[in-house]
Design a protein around this ligand. Structure first.
Ligand code: 1HE
Length: 268
């Protein structure tokens, strides 16, 4: 694909802003006056964006403008929807978030303030999650008389267990940033305002990986976690052989054996 990131960005609604830092792109939810609630135009924009990420971009950061990452579904659009339109709407979210989870590049999310409802579903579709201490997680669907619709009932139980998701839905419980980190809702916990810098640092590192490694981590690992062991071992052996046969892997192995590569550090 030869399009530039700027060209892809120019077709997006104003609720989505894009920046480029070398091989890393930032997609920013930019409806802070609505706490970055996701209306249809924004969800369509997310689908369009992640479908069209140009080759020059090797990793993405997803960020929310203002005090909150995302307040979930834009509830003002829910009023007039009938059953058929409801299914269509949920399928739109599924398509958009699948483009994140199984798209071309790894995505690092910065979570701060409200990460609730559809905002938590969105976060769950990303690969690496950095939470600031202000982050909190909840599924207010229960109290609004609705249900998850953005893939959360599929992704969240895999992250934190079905029992916790059931309890969150039934009681409206909120988890804070520290609990979220220990449960696996985030992988990193950082101070207020430090999330974006940490996410950019991680994304730059990811962008420097061999493309085949990123492909294997994003596409093969989650499928092997779900399929039967025997098929998983076969797929793993194929992926391992493909990755190590790639010229980039050969060059990196040579660098290590000839003492040019950094050693694995105790902590990062
Ligand atoms: C919204 C939304 C929204 C804010 N849809 N407009 N999500 C929820 O149930 C969460 C609803 N939102 C909240 O609980 C709070 O707004 C927050 C805790 C996120 C932030 O509170 P605060 O005090 O900073 O802001 P605010 O004054 O409540 O909201 C500012 C404005 O944003 C206000 O609009 P305004 O015109 O009066 O200025 C709010 O109405 C608006 N706003 N959140 C629409 N969500 C695929 S299915 C997914 C299902 C779900 O995601 S359900 C969960 C929905």
């Amino acid at each position: 694909m030869t399009t530039s990131l700027a060209a892809v960005a120019s077709a997006l609604p104003s609720s989505l802003q894009v920046e480029q830092h070398g091989a890393v792109g930032i997609l920013r939810l930019a409806r802070p006056h609505k706490r970055n609630a996701l209306d249809d135009a924004t969800v369509r924009g997310i689908e369009d964006f992640f479908t069209a990420i140009p080759d020059e971009i090797k990793a993405m950061v997803l960020h929310g403008e203002g005090e909150h990452f995302c307040a979930g579904l834009d509830l003002s659009e829910l009023r007039e929807r009938d059953v058929a339109a409801g299914i269509e709407h949920s399928r739109l979210w599924h398509r958009a978030f699948e483009q994140i989870e199984f798209g071309r590049v790894p995505v690092v999310a910065v979570l701060h303030g409200a990460v609730i409802g559809g905002g938590l579903e969105l976060a769950a579709a990303t690969h690496v999650r950095v939470a600031e201490r202000s982050a909190y997680y909840a599924l207010p669907e229960g109290s609004r008389g609705i249900f998850l619709g953005g893939g959360g009932s599929v992704r969240l139980p895999r992250l934190i267990g079905a029992s916790r998701v059931i309890e969150m839905m039934l009681t409206g419980r909120t988890y804070g940033a520290e609990e979220g980190a220990s449960l696996g809702l985030s992988h990193y916990l950082v101070d207020a305002g430090a999330g974006l810098a940490k996410a950019l640092e991680l994304a730059a590192r990811i962008a420097g990986n061999a493309p085949m490694t990123n492909f294997a981590a994003m596409q093969v690992l989650p499928r092997n976690a779900e399929q039967d062991r025997a098929s998983g071992f076969v797929l793993e052996s194929l992926m391992a052989a493909i990755a190590q046969g790639d010229p980039i892997a050969k060059e990196r192995l040579r660098d290590f054996l000839e003492k040019r590569a950094p050693k694995t550090a105790r902590e990062s």
